[in-house]
Design a protein around this ligand. Structure first.
Ligand SMILES: [Zn+2]
Length: 394
């Protein structure tokens, strides 16, 4: 009996994550490639020359006060352009230049999911390869842009490469402050800073979060992606997390953000901020794993979109579900014509009704207990064009 129960539980645990998987996210994860990361890092860290239009040149230092910083900026723009994006440069005081590329969301272009890293490096002087700090994060952002290029998403994805992090997170602070000033909706920020060193080989990574905006939920999403897609990487969570990288610029503006980082607390890279922060000291398998986790989380939060769903949902939603993907329960915001609806019906992918609620609700939340992870449609009955997709996570 006891053994039977354990077996049954084990089966359920194995089956549910499989149900929750998005084939699009899985495809994106499968496309993440170590050779691609290394190829870019060789150029970004000065092992191999680049050509941005004026012959071969080597990026010897990406320090803010070295000419290699501008060369890196030009090369990063070239990298995005070659992948089919139209990158922009956001200039800020003192020659600062954030390099940005966007993939506009089909359903909610105003909602941004940001995957980011900083391209400037330490130390000062003429040699600063900055392979781990933060070439590892920069190449992961470029890899995200590459593997996500062929997929459409409901939300906008921003691939952001900050400048002058080492001068006080100036680039990300400029971006976050401008975004807050414009009342922009930033759904999530996934920041990577030093994700390629694992000296003790234990594979441990850290997620820094804290109770600002939806930062805890973003951390939860990353933890779920880790199991749902079978990455199963050992994770330590720092809560409240440190403010020593660009995610903190978003916390300062009240936006949800997390930092993904190697085990900097107990297994720091001894080449940190030195001229020997080189690719040869990094663990490329570990680096690829963390890259996958960051990209999978970004893709899941951006919500892969199929053209059929989009066509159906583009017509004026009269209610909204938040957060989505959801876990446990989901907040529902009903507006406009939605006030005339008399009920809500949850159907699964085959059109089978799973649950219904009558309106108005006692609380502004739909409880999701007992609903298997997967993709559903929520339809308001009695009004036109009132359907939203809901992804239930385990
Ligand atoms: Zn850094």
């Amino acid at each position: 009996m006891r053994n039977g129960m354990v077996l049954l539980l084990a089966c359920l645990l194995n089956v549910f994550p499989a149900l929750a998987q998005s084939p699009a996210v899985q495809q994106i994860l499968d496309a993440v490639n170590t050779d691609s990361l290394v190829w870019r890092a060789q150029r970004l860290t000065g092992q191999v020359a680049v050509d941005v239009g004026s012959g071969p040149q080597t990026i010897l230092s990406r320090n803010s006060f070295q000419p290699g910083n501008a060369l890196a900026e030009a090369w990063l723009q070239q990298a995005f352009t070659r992948m089919g994006y139209a990158p922009t440069v956001q200039a800020f005081s003192g020659n600062g230049a954030n390099v940005l590329a966007e993939k506009p969301g089909l359903l909610h272009p105003e909602r941004k999911v940001i995957i980011c890293a900083h391209y400037d490096a330490m130390p000062g002087g003429t040699t600063a390869p900055g392979a781990d700090d933060d070439g590892s994060g920069v190449c992961a952002v470029l890899e995200a842009a590459r593997v996500m290029a062929g997929q459409e998403f409901e939300n906008t994805v921003v691939f952001a490469l900050w400048d002058k992090e080492e001068q006080g997170m100036l680039g990300s602070a400029y971006y976050a402050s401008a975004a807050a000033g414009n009342d922009e909706q930033i759904t999530a920020v996934v920041n990577m800073d030093a994700i390629g060193y694992d000296g003790n080989g234990d594979g441990l990574l850290r997620i820094h979060t804290r109770a600002v905006g939806n930062s805890i939920a973003i951390k939860d999403s990353m933890v779920l992606v880790n199991t749902t897609y079978g990455l199963n990487l050992p994770i330590a969570v720092n809560n409240p997390g440190e403010t020593y990288s660009d995610h903190a610029s978003f916390w300062s503006e009240g936006y949800g953000a997390i930092l993904l980082i190697e085990d900097f607390d107990n297994d720091p890279n001894p080449h940190y901020h030195s001229p020997t922060d080189k690719l040869q000291y990094m663990d490329t398998a570990y680096w690829t794993n963390l890259t996958r986790l960051a990209i999978g989380t970004t893709a899941a939060l951006a919500i892969p979109a199929g053209p059929v769903d989009i066509h159906e949902m583009k017509a004026q939603p009269v209610f909204e579900l938040w957060p989505n993907p959801a876990h446990g329960s989901v907040e529902i915001r009903i507006g406009g014509e939605g006030a005339m609806a008399d009920g809500l019906v949850l159907t699964d992918a085959t059109g089978r009704m799973v649950r219904e609620w009558s309106l108005p609700l006692a609380a502004q939340r739909l409880p999701l207990e007992g609903i298997s992870p997967g993709t559903y449609l929520v339809r308001a009955t009695g009004v036109q064009n009132a359907v939203q997709r809901l992804v239930v996570m385990p």
